[in-house]
Design a protein around this ligand. Structure first.
Ligand code: PGA
Length: 255
């Protein structure tokens, strides 16, 4: 059985107090309503991480993730945060290669390959994001783009290392736009990702990897998406800023 995960991505939202208040709400709802074994993850800005880890300890049902980490172990990189620092406060996950990082911060597949190595070396579980732009889908390059992102970002890893990753398929045209990929469109790509992994490694590796869908996922569309055989949960942006919506998405696996 693959691990089911619903991960919230707060992006650059919520000041410290607002973040703590939201997280407390999430924990209360999770404690009251979530019984099965799916994993809730909240990926916050760096400033919240340490406090969220402390609050999460009491519940034990929510893990905490960062949204980025530097590729170097340490050094003269003013303003950056290392994977080791993130791990040192008790964080377990890190989002890597989000399309906003690729687009606004020029993160390339080659850079992301380095970030993945450093994150894994420091015991973090990368939630590695891939996905095509609208233009790429319209010109029917989406399969090619996904394959290139897998080869460029993570296929240098051996089977043992790649098995530690969580992959998130996030079509760029569906992120924050209110336009969701249909469950069929998402399933088609998730199945393709698994095929590409099976061809590079083997079927067991492909069958074991958790693949999340992201892009305007909400409590209404999550049931149809998560019912698909290759969709193992979601990476949730906007809806993760509302405790009720986020926990309702988690509850899809309880239904
Ligand atoms: P969204 O963002 O749910 O607001 O579309 C998803 C993401 O960017 O991870």
């Amino acid at each position: 059985m693959r691990k089911k995960i619903v991960a919230g991505n707060w992006k650059m939202n919520l000041d410290y107090q607002e973040g703590i208040a939201l997280f407390n709400e999430v924990i209360d709802l999770v404690n009251a309503e979530i019984t099965s074994s799916q994993q809730a993850v909240v990926c916050s800005p760096f400033i919240h991480l340490q406090s969220l880890v402390q609050l999460a300890k009491v519940s034990g049902k929510v893990a905490v993730g960062a949204q980025n980490a530097h590729q170097a172990e340490s050094g003269a990189y003013t303003g950056e945060i290392s994977a080791k620092m993130i791990w040192s406060v008790g964080v377990k996950y890190v989002i890597l290669g989000h399309s906003e990082r690729r687009q606004y911060f020029g993160e390339t597949d080659a850079l992301l390959a380095q970030k993945t190595d450093t994150a894994l070396k420091n015991n973090l579980t990368p939630i590695f994001c891939i996905g095509e732009t609208l233009e790429e889908r319209q010109s029917e390059k989406h399969f090619e783009v996904i394959k290139a992102q897998l080869y460029g970002g993570i296929f240098h890893l051996d089977a043992e290392a790649v098995s530690k990753l969580v992959i998130a398929y996030e079509p760029v045209w569906a992120i924050g736009t209110g336009v969701t990929a249909s469950a069929e469109q998402a399933q088609e790509i998730h199945e393709f990702i698994r095929q590409v992994i099976a061809a590079k490694y083997d079927q067991a590796v492909a069958d074991g990897i958790t693949i999340l869908y992201g892009g305007s996922c909400n409590p209404k569309n999550a049931p149809e998406l998560f019912a698909k055989p290759d969709i193992d949960g979601g990476l949730i942006g906007g809806a993760s800023l509302k405790a009720r919506d986020f926990v309702d998405i988690l509850k899809v696996f309880n239904a």
